[in-house]
Design a protein around this ligand. Structure first.
Ligand SMILES: Nc1ncnc2c1ncn2[C@@H]1O[C@H](COP(=O)(O)OP(=O)(O)OP(=O)(O)O)[C@@H](O)[C@H]1O
Length: 246
C-alpha cells in the first residue's frame, strides 16, 4: 500500500533522511521509532506531501506520488494527525467529525434547499450515520455534544483521530497519538487502531504501545533505517538495543 524507496532529505549539511526504504502493506500498522532528530517528522512530511525528497520515491498503492502536493494526497486518502491537536474548539465533538467528512455539495442550489431535495436528505442521513459510527468507534458517543475546547487534551486527541477516520482514509499517519492520553484512553486507542482496515504509519515514543499494536516497525537513527521487522525482531536486534533501547 505504502512504499518508500530510497528517500533522502537534506537540510543544509544535515541529512535528515538518507536512503530510507520500507513498505507497509494494506491494513498493516507500521511503527516508526528512533531517538530525537532521527528523521521521523521529516519522513511524515515526505509521506504526507509537505516536503519533497531530494532523492527517492513514495508510492501509494503502486502509484508514484512523490511530486503530488499535500492537498491532492489528502484527496487521494492520506490523513495525518499532529503532535499538537488540531480540532475546532467552538464546535461540538459531533460537529468536528461532521466537518471532516468530504462535502461534495448537494446540488440544485437554493431551489433544492427550499424543496428539501430527497437526495440531499439521504446524503445528510448517511453523514449522520457515519458520524455516529466513528464516535462509537473512538468511544466518544457520550461526549458528542461537548464543545471540543472544553475537553482535556487526551479526549481532544481522540476527536482528532475521529476526524481523521471519518472519510475512511487509505493511509493514516499518526504522530505521537498517545501523548496526553491516560492508560484507559491509550488502551481504547490501541483497540481502535487495531480494528482499522486502513494502513497506518505511526510515530510514537511509548514503546509498549508500539510493540503491542504494530505489525512492523522501522527503526531510524540519524536519517537511516538501522533495522526493520516485526516487533519481536526489532526488540531483539542488537543494533537497535545499542542505538536506541539501551
Ligand atoms: N526545517 C529544518 N531545518 C533544518 N534542519 C531540520 C529541519 N527539520 C529537521 N531538521 C533536522 O533534521 C533532522 C531530523 O529531524 P526530525 O524532526 O525529522 O527528527 P525526529 O525524529 O522527528 O525528532 P523528534 O523525535 O525530536 O521529533 C534533525 O537533525 C533536525 O535538526
Amino acid at each position: 500500500m505504502l512504499a518508500v524507496e530510497g528517500v533522502s532529505v537534506a537540510f543544509g549539511g544535515v541529512r535528515a533522511l538518507d536512503g530510507v526504504t520500507f513498505e507497509a502493506g494494506p491494513g498493516q500498522v507500521c511503527g516508526v521509532i528512533g531517538p530525537n532528530g532521527a528523521g521521523k517528522t521529516t519522513l511524515f512530511d515526505v509521506v504526507s506531501g509537505l516536503r519533497r525528497p531530494v532523492a527517492g520515491r513514495v508510492r501509494l498503492a503502486g502509484r508514484d506520488v512523490t511530486g503530488m502536493p499535500a492537498l491532492r494526497r489528502a484527496r487521494a486518502g492520506v490523513r495525518r494527525t499532529f503532535q499538537r491537536t488540531q480540532v475546532f474548539g467552538r464546535l461540538t465533538v459531533a460537529q468536528n467529525v461532521l466537518a471532516a467528512l468530504d462535502w461534495h455539495g448537494g446540488g440544485g442550489g437554493l431551489a433544492a434547499d427550499l424543496a428539501g431535495w430527497p437526495g440531499r436528505r439521504r446524503i445528510e442521513r448517511e453523514r449522520g450515520t457515519r458520524v455516529a459510527e466513528v464516535l462509537d468507534l473512538c468511544g466518544l458517543t457520550p461526549l458528542r455534544d461537548a464543545y471540543a475546547a472544553a475537553l482535556p487534551v487526551g479526549q481532544r486527541r481522540l476527536v482528532e483521530l475521529a476526524r481523521a477516520l471519518a472519510d475512511r482514509p487509505r493511509l493514516l499517519l499518526l504522530d505521537e497519538p498517545t501523548s496526553g492520553l491516560d492508560a484507559a484512553q491509550t488502551a481504547r486507542l490501541a483497540e481502535v487502531v487495531r480494528a482499522l482496515d486502513t494502513t497506518v504509519l505511526l510515530v510514537e515514543h511509548d514503546m509498549r504501545f508500539v510493540m503491542e499494536i504494530c505489525d512492523r516497525i522501522v527503526v531510524l537513527d540519524l536519517g537511516r533505517v538501522i533495522a526493520s521487522g516485526t516487533p519481536a525482531q526489532v526488540r531483539d536486534d542488537p543494533v537497535v538495543r545499542a542505538a536506541y533501547l539501551g
